[in-house]
Design a binder for this molecule. Structure first.
Ligand code: SPV
Ligand code: MN
Length: 627
């Protein structure tokens, strides 16, 4: 027995100990021992994934009051996070960087020794009087090239229950694995709780990623994006691992899009939080493989991807039968779902944009809620938080893609990038090649901040590949590796840029409806399979009106007018030039080691825009580009 196992024997009862002893990875014993030693839990519960244990976790979430089952529909529970814990907290989420290592300025980082000392201080004895739940999981399907083993220790039954819906059970995979198996380690404590079972010490909320030991620490919070180690926290560890090994870990949805004769093409897409990623993945009639995080590998020259999760932690705002029929159906049917930060009234969850009149009182994350209630700053409290969410397992979805557990993943035919760009890019376009698409749509992605993080909304920012918050290596290196990844493929996915948020320049109205994205993905499917031509513009290939019109009719039963097409696909030269300037300024400031290839793509884009401007003026109808 290794020394950590020996030490664990003293702390655990016989049953729990035997579950750990059955795992032959000394590093796992060490990690668990260190977490126990630090947090000093009164009880330790090791989950070996039996149905009884899994049921106990959900039940304990209810018994402790972290969740409530007081909802009419069987299987539904709700949970509240504190007022200061309603989204990802970028300010207190830091990479711990050992002395001598240096990452890009734009990444939130701190000295490792200082960070460890601080977070260990906050964890010390934090679980006194509580139970530590120990869980084993895998990211990606088991027994595949993509699989990453993960360990989780938390004192929150809600977190553990959420993990159960979102990730693949991994106890057996750990038992089968050999002593040297690498794994990601996470330690979470909700900290002191108030009488509503919400973290009290939000000022001491810390989320630190120690990449030197593949460990994530999260303290004094519960919001799943902050507390669940495997969402964006372990993504930071995965990005480092991926880039060392020549693959990609991405903020991707992955969907199967049907073409003519039931042909199916997989497309991945990266969007910043709350910019349409899940609703794209959930388009009716198509299948969804992933809605948040994908690992992508070159397997025999083919670009293949898996969902590292097996559930959705999705935004509930604006889900209604008209805009998102599939999710709406699930959220109103029996089955295991956790609602968070919604309004509860009459044993029902209520949320913003659900297309029903909301009650005038009820219970929400602020306690008893009534219309007109104000917070300590005098601001009116909405009935439900904008970032209210639902957690559900993918297997419960009728549109879940059948390849979810395929150890070889699926081949990606296309990759798309989209942000909240009110001014510049057309609704859909295709890169001239991998380099152009990756740089012009991915690396130059501009967006506005949303309610998915706890800071001010509506700030313009560059968000490289929609993953900048989670990048854990120098940005220049990240982009260089990304470009290289495509070069090593024999079949290179087409790269697309989408913009669901383009506004009319005069009246500010959105130029597209919520559902138009369905037509864009259908067009991409046709492009990937060489079924339609496109028009070459300075910023990329755009669809022809004659190809979009029948798609609008078929997919949305809509008459698509030429007038709308011209408005949407007019190339806005001044806006595009201004965007290039902002992007270049950002790169100058933040990416000193940026590869010349990126500069080259941007320079060429500018030259094409200037040449077109000289010929046709500032705002150029797509018809001008038809040869
Ligand atoms: C996001 O904010 O990008 C999410 C939710 O997908 S979480 O990262 O879990 O906060
Ligand atoms: Mn996300």
């Amino acid at each position: 027995m290794n020394k950590y196992l020996k030490a664990l024997q003293v702390r655990l009862n016989r049953d729990e100990f035997s579950k750990l002893k059955a795992i032959d990875i000394p590093g796992v014993h060490r990690a668990i021992y260190e977490s126990i030693d630090l947090c000093n839990p009164t009880d330790i519960f090791v989950c070996s994934d039996t149905p009884d244990e899994v049921a106990r976790i959900r039940n304990m979430a209810i018994v402790t009051g972290e969740e409530s089952a007081a909802l009419a529909i069987p299987g539904h529970t709700f949970h509240f996070d504190g007022s200061n814990d309603q989204g990802r907290d970028r300010a207190v989420t830091r990479l711990l960087v050992p002395k001598g290592d240096s990452l890009s300025e734009a990444l939130n980082q701190m000295d490792r020794d200082e960070g460890i000392a601080e977070v260990h201080g906050l964890c010390r004895d934090a679980m006194k009087g509580r139970t530590m739940i120990v869980r084993f999981l895998t990211l990606g399907p088991a027994d595949s090239e993509f699989t990453v083993h993960c360990l989780e220790c938390t004192d929150s039954w809600y977190v553990s229950h959420s993990v159960d819906l979102l990730y693949r059970k991994g106890y057996e995979a750990f038992r089968r694995a050999g002593p040297g198996t690498e794994f990601f380690n996470t330690l979470h404590t909700a900290g002191r709780l108030d009488d509503r079972m919400m973290s009290r010490d939000y000022k001491k909320k810390r989320i630190y990623i120690d990449y030197s030991t593949n460990t994530v620490y999260s303290v004094n919070n519960q919001y799943a994006g902050n507390s669940i180690g495997f969402k964006k926290l372990a993504l930071r560890l995965a990005i480092r691992k991926a880039h060392q090994e020549g693959w990609l870990a991405e903020h991707f949805m992955i969907m199967g899009v049907y073409g003519p004769d039931k042909r199916k093409t997989y497309i991945a897409g990266a969007f910043p939080s709350a910019c349409g990623k899940t609703s794209t993945a959930m388009l009716p009639g198509e299948t969804m493989l992933a809605d948040d995080i994908g690992y992508v590998r070159n397997i025999g020259g083919i670009c293949r991807a898996v969902n590292i999760e097996c559930g959705i932690f999705g935004i509930i705002q604006d889900i209604n039968p008209h805009d998102d029929p599939l999710i709406h159906e699930i959220l109103t049917s029996p089955g295991e779902i956790i609602f968070s930060n919604v309004l509860i009234k009459d044993a029902r969850p209520w949320w913003l944009g659900m297309d029903e009149e909301l009650p005038e009182r009820g219970m929400n994350y602020t306690g008893e809620w009534f219309k007109g209630k104000t917070d300590e700053n005098g601001e009116e409290v909405a009935p439900a938080h904008k970032n209210a969410r639902y957690t559900v397992a993918l297997k419960d979805l009728a549109n879940c893609d059948p390849e979810l557990e395929n150890p070889a993943g699926v081949e990606l035919g296309g990759i798309l990038y989209g942000g909240r760009d009110y001014r510049g890019y057309v609704p859909v376009q295709q890169g001239f090649d991998w380099e152009h698409g990756i740089v012009a749509y991915g690396a130059a992605l501009e967006t506005e901040t949303t309610f998915a993080t706890v800071e001010a909304e509506g700030k313009h920012e560059i968000n490289i590949m929609s993953i900048q918050d989670f990048i854990s290596i120098p940005l220049g290196q990240y982009l260089h590796n990304y470009l290289q990844f495509g070069k090593n493929l024999d079949r290179v996915p087409l790269v697309f840029g989408v913009n669901y948020f383009l506004r009319d320049m005069k009246n500010g109205d959105f130029l597209n409806d919520h559902q138009d994205k369905h037509v864009w993905v259908k067009w991409m499917e046709l492009r990937i399979n060489n079924d339609v031509d496109a028009i070459e513009t300075p910023t990329g290939f755009i669809p022809k009106y004659d190809d979009l019109r029948p798609l609008f009719k078929k997919v949305l039963k809509k008459n698509y007018s030429k007038k709308d097409y011209i408005k949407q696909f007019t190339i806005r030269v001044p806006e595009n030039l201004a965007k290039l300037e902002r992007v270049e300024a950002f790169y100058h400031e933040n990416i000193p080691d940026l590869t010349s290839e990126v500069w080259h793509v941007l320079r060429e884009q500018r030259e094409r825009l200037l040449a077109a401007q000289e010929k046709y003026g500032d705002y150029i109808s797509p018809y001008n580009f038809i040869k």
